[in-house]
Design a protein around this ligand. Sequence first.
Ligand code: NAP
Length: 420
Amino acid sequence: MNNSKSKNERAYHLIVWGASGFTGRLVAEYLLGQYGVGGELRWAMAGRNQAKLETVREGLGEGSGAVPILLADSHDPDSLDALVSQTRVVCSTVGPFAKHGSELVAACVRAGTDYCDITGEAQWIRRMIDAHEEQAQASGARIVNCCGFDSIPSDLGCLFLNQAMQNRHGTPCDSVNMRVRRMRGAASGGTFASMLNAVEEARSDPQTRRTLGNPYGLNPRGETSGPDGPDQSSPRWDADVNSWTAPFVMAAINTRVVRRSNALMDYAYGRDFRYSEAMMTGRGAGGWARAVSITAAMAGFLLASSVGPTRALLGKLLPDPGEGPSADDRERGFFDIVMVGKAGERTLRARVKADRDPGYGATCKMLGESAVCLALEGDRLDVAGGFWTPASAMGTRLIARLENSAGMSFELEPEKAGAA
Ligand SMILES: NC(=O)c1ccc[n+]([C@@H]2O[C@H](COP(=O)([O-])OP(=O)(O)OC[C@H]3O[C@@H](n4cnc5c(N)ncnc54)[C@H](OP(=O)(O)O)[C@@H]3O)[C@@H](O)[C@H]2O)c1
């Protein structure tokens, strides 16, 4: 068994795995700008291709020459064992995770190395929990999935709002409805590849369909039921935010993560706690029409990606792995989320915002800060080895980091605000 002392003696605080990819490069750039290298934070970039990593390193900015490069391959367990034993924490951007992530998680679990990633692939997380939870508890490895746009704003926003309700009114929320008020951003080739892979797995594997179809599909075994039904799948009017709403594509993972957090935190939000997500589309006929068109676009994408010929066509139209939104688009991007929490007659609203695009500009900071939190504050986190969520593992410490360094904010709104 590895204890935290031996972890603390390792050469690196953290390793960015997949630093040659679109998101991995942004994480490396963020860490270099924020923490330098080899000082307060000892970190390295890693991947499978030395030449590619060197090219990426050259483009990272001042001081980048000092960032060490390490090599391994996702499907070579010996190379992964050698990699993860050098560091306290691995943060991974190598996806689709269901295709390229399993051996890395197994290696971290063996070595007692903490791990965080930006997967949104619920079916894969379920497989990893079922395969490795016990061994992670024994080795001391803390595995924290979903440390990007899915699902940090939802998971930490829900924690923040529940704590506020508890502090003000002495009770957690009975329900929280998360509504995306505004958002600007686009997806990378790697993200589309992961979505297409999940659709493919759901088509061919009944267990995947069961996991994805269960609102509590990520909860601990024996606790996979509760009061929530399926995610919203059609346009709906929401009087609490005075807006039409449409299904939100990330709800499929975010809602599961929030419910798992509640279970892992001994039902701090209550056993009857309810949670939902949707996108606000505005009032009147225009708001309704937008909700209808988003619903139709999502259904169309799902259909096209599950049928052979259109799936092949999508593969040609979508960005390739390694491609993603431009620096300008990331700078101009943002998200603005409102969470409406209710406890009996009482209502509180929280606002979660970021000043960069959700998928990359903000995600690279969320993942970077999650990894730094595990690496530098790991001894002060009140969690042992096992599979955790961002809220249950790092909670308010991570909120503070994201507010201080990552351009994010978590705040309560005046009680009567919330119009579209
Ligand atoms: N949760 C969120 O909010 C969020 C946001 C953004 C992205 N994501 C997820 O993050 C993942 C990455 O997205 P991306 O756009 O950054 O993808 P990408 O640009 O295609 O990068 C993928 C990375 O994986 C590496 N890789 C692939 N196979 C490998 C192997 N066998 N061994 C070692 N490395 C290997 C690639 O290395 P090479 O460069 O050598 O090919 C590259 O570094 C996707 O799963 C995406 O869905 C999640």
